[in-house]
Design a binder for this molecule. Structure first.
Ligand code: UD1
Length: 346
């Protein structure tokens, strides 16, 4: 069995990806310092797959701690690197925290990848690298715009570091540019657990519907779009997860065209904020309490993917539509509620 190291394995996308990797015959270990996650998803992974995944609670900013993971596992054939901070607003307030965490961690990890001659590396990038695009849908060769936030800058710099590294080492890499990952595993055993008040739309919708948030604020309805609200490309987290397994297989089979290939991971469908809300209301049967508020600074008007390259190149099949995304996100929110009630009644 091929062994893969997943950094950030206790996070939202990391945990779903581990499930997909295990279901496709990989052996997985995780490295997650749990600074922004708990170890709880590992139990969920075990419940879904029947396999226990070992997590190394290491801080990737600490080179020696990171190296120790590779020393204990010299048979790692691929690294999938999720571990990073991702709150846009926080990155504006604390830029050094973001540069230090997201970039020092990456460099340390790549030094270990080099030292142990790990042949395959997959990086979590983001459509944020395209900024406010001039033309839609965006293709992988669309221009990279000046980053809107330090968070976005760390993704751009991370891409560049990996591109340079891949050219100079025996490692081939893939940069996966995610659009808007949402939803939860169809079993509702794992899902997204935002810290504090959710900034992203779908957790904000489900938390409003369950009553944790009194009202959802739609950030602007005066954009030049079909209903005035911003357009994004929401994609189910399990579809994102399967693309990682396929990316690894693509590298293992040496189908890559260069030392560092890039893929957009989106459905290709642009969905407005109001359309997302209505899809949620339809599948949940819950009338959402929402109001129109002012624009959120830094928001792009519209962005969605041309995903042909990923669909053809990786043999990627998108299995979940917008209704599935909303249904699974809602089932997950209901599951959290049940768990909280069980704790209270004990
Ligand atoms: C944001 C980040 C992006 C990051 C991604 C993953 C910005 C500008 N971009 O993407 O770089 O990769 O998260 O974490 O922050 N909305 C509301 N009300 C809410 C929440 C969101 O109307 O309570 C709207 C937003 O204004 C936006 C859309 O919903 O139009 C999607 O927002 P969000 O889920 O935060 O994702 P992005 O902004 O696309």
């Amino acid at each position: 069995m091929k062994k893969v190291l997943v950094t950030g394995g206790c996070g939202f996308i990391g945990s779903h990806t581990i499930v997909d990797l295990i279901e496709n015959g990989f052996e997985v270990i995780s490295a997650d310092d749990n600074s922004r996650s708990s170890a709880y998803p590992l139990l969920g992974i075990e419940q879904i797959t029947g396999k226990k995944v070992k997590n190394y609670q290491v801080d990737l900013k600490n080179f020696d701690e990171t190296l120790a993971v590779f020393q204990e596992n010299p048979d790692i054939v691929g690294v999938i690197h999720f571990a990073a901070y991702k709150a846009v607003g926080e990155s504006v307030e604390k830029p050094l925290l973001y540069y230090e965490n997201n970039l020092f961690g990456l460099v340390n990890l790549l030094k270990c990848v080099q030292e142990f001659s790990v042949p395959h590396f997959v990086f979590s990038s983001s459509c944020t690298v395209y900024g406010n695009p001039d033309a839609l849908p965006v293709v992988e060769t669309s221009p990279i715009k000046k980053a809107e936030s330090p968070y976005g800058a760390t993704k751009q710099m991370g891409e560049e570091i990996i591109r340079n590294f891949s050219g100079s080492a025996q490692t081939s890499s893939i940069l996966l540019r995610y659009f808007n990952p949402v939803g939860a595993h169809p079993t509702a055993i794992i899902g997204e657990q935002p810290l504090g008040k959710p900034q992203n739309l779908v957790p904000a919708i489900t938390q409003t519907a369950i009553g944790k948030i009194p009202r959802l604020v739609v950030h602007g309805n005066d954009y030049p779009t079909r209903d005035g609200s911003c357009i994004r490309d929401y994609i189910h987290v399990c579809d994102i997860a399967s693309a990682h397994t396929l990316a690894l297989l693509y590298l293992i089979d040496q189908r890559n065209a260069s030392a560092c290939d890039v893929f957009n991971l989106g459905t290709g469908n642009g969905v407005s904020v109001l359309e997302a809300i209505h899809a949620f209301e339809k599948v949940s049967g819950v009338q959402l309490n929402y109001e129109i508020g002012p624009r959120r600074s830094g928001d792009v008007v519209a962005v969605y993917a041309n995903n042909e390259f990923a669909v053809k190149g990786l043999n990627w099949q998108i299995r979940y539509d917008l209704d599935d995304m909303m249904r699974t996100a809602w089932n997950w929110e209901l599951k959290i509620r049940k768990a909280e009630e069980a704790v209270k009644s004990n």
